[in-house]
Design a protein around this ligand. Structure first.
Ligand code: PHE
Length: 449
């Protein structure tokens, strides 16, 4: 029953929210979407969206969560009684359901590589053999479903127990370890022959090549990687004491996340160009490139194994938050129900995710709207559901909540100035809805010629 005390410390909260944010989005998704959208200009726009949209929206979700102080649906009902606004939280639950169904596929790929690296079956391969070994492995339906199930079972077990303590302790070691291993990886990548081309790809924006799709993908990516628009941040901040400084927490989480995004870009693109791989290979990009870079390091397989362990941890802490927001609404603080719903929902997500899992194998020829099941689920979440959730959050906070309540939330424990508060407020009231609406138009194909 002691749900409400989970994150009574500042560090606990920061670790849980950073854990939700930092995950496959920064490490796996960013490089592949940036690679498909031409690199530098995409990175630039992604950073702009992160600061003008995702960061203010994170603060908005924090303000809702702490004002409501309950699970996401109840928080909306408390703030706006007798309205339909709690449907924003229900939309978030549906989004997290679909999200976890394909997120677990990639989580499974990490487990696959971990198994291979630990059993030594990657030793002695040539650089160009890694990609085909990987492709063959994920095409096997039993392996692909098996590892996805393992990923979901770990998520269920942790969420069923409702234990954050153990995870917080582990996170204190894992997060710095992630940064250190990334730095080693980046140093190796930057010293490869031809690394400069990768740097130019990432840091020399060519705005003339920028498509409207890239702009809108960058926006979706900024929401995805910071877990915005799906009520995760509302749920976590509902556990916070009044004294917590919301703007400062949001800024530290966003900075950590950008750092990981940059490290991922700095590790991946120099290697992609040095090895002559295609930057627009799509979701498999990271998995082609990583073992190849590690194989060029002394003690490569050791470092690769260590990297995969922390990477898996980062993916799991994001997955916990997706299941957590659904289970917290359904169980309302009852620990028996928590266990029951964690299992029911977790297994339902696995079943729903089966077609995505098989998209890289037996179902690879089946497409809907020209997309595989996997790509369709990813597209629906990143380009439709998350922006829609973010749009509604921006409108809810700036049009439905009282300005004085918001100011109190953002200024308690902090010394935010009136000017910054006002800019934030108007950004959410006017700029965010208009910009996000552009994403929705893109989804309808309005920008397509
Ligand atoms: N932010 C997570 C990541 O980058 C993904 C996520 C999205 C998690 C939405 C929870 C909710 O991996």
């Amino acid at each position: 029953m002691n749900q409400r005390e989970q994150f009574s410390t500042r560090l606990g909260f920061i670790l849980a929210t950073a854990g939700s944010a930092i995950g496959l989005g920064a490490i796996w998704k960013f490089p592949y979407v940036a690679g498909q959208n031409g690199g530098g200009a995409f990175l630039f726009i992604f950073i702009v969206f992160t600061f003008i949209l995702a960061l203010p929206l994170m603060m908005a979700e924090f303000a809702i969560g702490r004002t409501g102080g309950e699970d996401a649906v109840t928080s909306f009902k408390k703030i706006a009684p007798n309205t339909k606004w709690h449907w924003v939280a229900i939309l978030g639950m549906i989004t997290c359901f679909i999200l976890l169904s394909f997120y677990s596929v990639i989580g499974g790929w990490v487990i696959t590589y971990l198994g291979k690296a630990m059993t030594g079956s990657l030793n002695g391969l040539h650089a160009n053999e890694y990609a085909s070994v990987f492709e063959q492995t994920i095409a096997n339906p039993w392996i692909s479903l098996g590892v996805q199930l393992i990923f979901i079972l770990i998520t269920i077990l942790v969420v069923a127990k409702g234990v954050q303590g153990g995870i917080e302790k582990a996170a204190k070691i894992m997060m710095p370890a992630l940064a250190i291993l990334f730095i080693i990886l980046v140093i190796r990548a930057l010293t490869l022959d031809g690394a400069g081309k990768g740097l130019a790809f990432l840091f020399q924006p060519d705005f003339s090549k920028l498509t409207s799709k890239a702009v809108l993908d960058a926006m979706g990516q900024s929401f995805f990687t910071l877990s915005i628009g799906v009520s995760v941040m509302i749920t976590y901040s509902s556990y916070l004491p009044r004294t917590e400084n919301l703007p400062r927490s949001a800024v530290s989480i966003v900075s950590m996340n950008i750092m990981i995004v940059l490290l991922a870009g700095l590790a991946i693109f120099p290697a992609v160009f040095s090895f002559g791989l295609a930057p627009d290979a799509g979701p498999v990009l990271l998995f082609h490139v990583l073992p190849t870079i590690f194989s060029q390091l002394p003690l490569g397989m050791f470092f690769f194994t260590a990297f995969l362990i922390v990477f898996l941890f980062a993916a799991l802490t994001s997955a916990f938050s997706m299941l957590e927001i659904i289970v917290s609404v359904l169980s309302k603080g009852d620990s028996m129900k928590r266990r029951k719903y964690a299992w029911i929902i977790g297994i339902a997500i696995f079943i729903f995710g089966i077609p995505s899992s098989l998209s890289y194998g037996v179902l690879s020829d089946i497409t809907i709207f020209d997309k595989s099941f996997f790509d369709l689920a990813d597209y629906a979440v990143s380009n439709i559901l998350m922006p829609l959730g973010a749009l509604m959050m921006a409108i809810f906070v700036s049009w439905k909540m009282k300005k004085s309540v918001l100011f109190e939330q953002l200024s308690s424990g902090s010394n935010i100035s009136r000017g910054i508060f006002t800019s934030w407020y108007y950004l959410l009231r006017y700029v965010a809805p208009v910009l996000i609406f552009a994403v929705m138009l893109d989804v309808l194909g309005v920008w397509d010629k």
